[in-house]
Write a protein that binds this ligand. Structure first.
Ligand SMILES: [Zn+2]
Ligand SMILES: [Zn+2]
Length: 263
């Protein structure tokens, strides 16, 4: 059972922050874009939101199952709960562990060819804006959900920890995908703690050595710690997406859904 965080409040905050953050960043992107050549914003958003809509069909039932399984498993195996920690300290440890897992999972998606098939749908976006943060192939979401459930059970995480993590991490993910012109000094400051927009723009470079870097979700710490941190201040020559993937035929909903299954 929740110890300090009321779950209904967290759920509302978490979903509310995702939607409000997304709308706010979308609005700011229109005012001060980093790349102003993105002409078809609405069409681009429509495609990415359609992909995200399919993912909701997996995420909604899996969220209910996850809440049930985590509640049950903590009575059998307390995980971090075995340590005599204050609930806040326990929440911080679990959130750090979840973010570390997100780093490992993202890195695996780049290093394991089978997983890259699905993750490359995220990278095939020839533009980058807040809607890219929701563009993931449904198989990537499904495999991620299947792998993280036993890990969270092992940690002794509760659904309130997952909601709290999502509340903190989602605005960061939305921010570092956003097409907002950020002063370099502000980006430098941000990347002391979080993966900044410049870091994540490099992660969406067509150059493999650049897109195989900066895997962090909420904290930039893991990239610094595990040697995958990459930065270059001048992004004038940066090409986004994947080579030969930007033509309109390939940037269609069904083409993207079928993309990982092509030989
Ligand atoms: Zn990636
Ligand atoms: Zn990304």
């Amino acid at each position: 059972m929740p110890e300090i965080f009321p779950i209904p409040d967290l759920r509302i905050f978490s979903y509310g922050t995702t939607i409000a953050g997304g709308l706010l960043l979308w609005f700011i992107e229109g005012l001060i874009p980093w790349l102003s050549k993105e002409k078809h914003r609405t069409l681009h958003a429509k495609l990415n939101l359609s992909i995200a809509g399919i993912n909701l069909l997996i995420l909604l039932p899996s969220g209910i199952l996850m809440a049930f399984m985590l509640d049950w498993s903590r009575n059998v195996w307390p995980g971090i709960g075995m340590l005599a920690l204050h609930p806040f300290a326990k929440a911080i440890v679990i959130i750090l562990l979840i973010d570390l897992w997100m780093y490992v999972w993202h890195r695996l998606n780049h290093e394991v060819a089978f997983l890259w098939r699905f993750h490359s749908v995220h990278h095939s976006d020839p533009a980058l804006d807040v809607t890219t943060s929701w563009r993931f192939h449904y198989m990537e979401i499904l495999i991620s959900e299947l792998l993280r459930l036993p890990l969270f059970m092992l940690m002794g995480a509760g659904i309130e920890h997952l909601l709290l993590y999502s509340l903190l991490m989602t605005p960061v993910i939305e921010f570092h995908h956003s097409n907002i012109s950020i002063p370099p000094a502000l980006d430098r400051l941000a990347r002391l703690i979080i993966p900044s927009p410049i870091m994540h723009r490099l992660h969406h470079s067509t150059i493999r050595s650049e897109h195989d870097s900066n895997y962090g979700s909420m904290l930039s710490l893991w990239d610094r710690l595990f040697g995958s941190f990459l930065i270059r201040e001048n992004l004038d020559s940066l090409c986004l997406g994947l080579d030969h993937e930007s033509d309109t035929k390939k940037q269609q909903l069904f083409a993207l859904l079928l993309r990982p299954f092509r030989p």
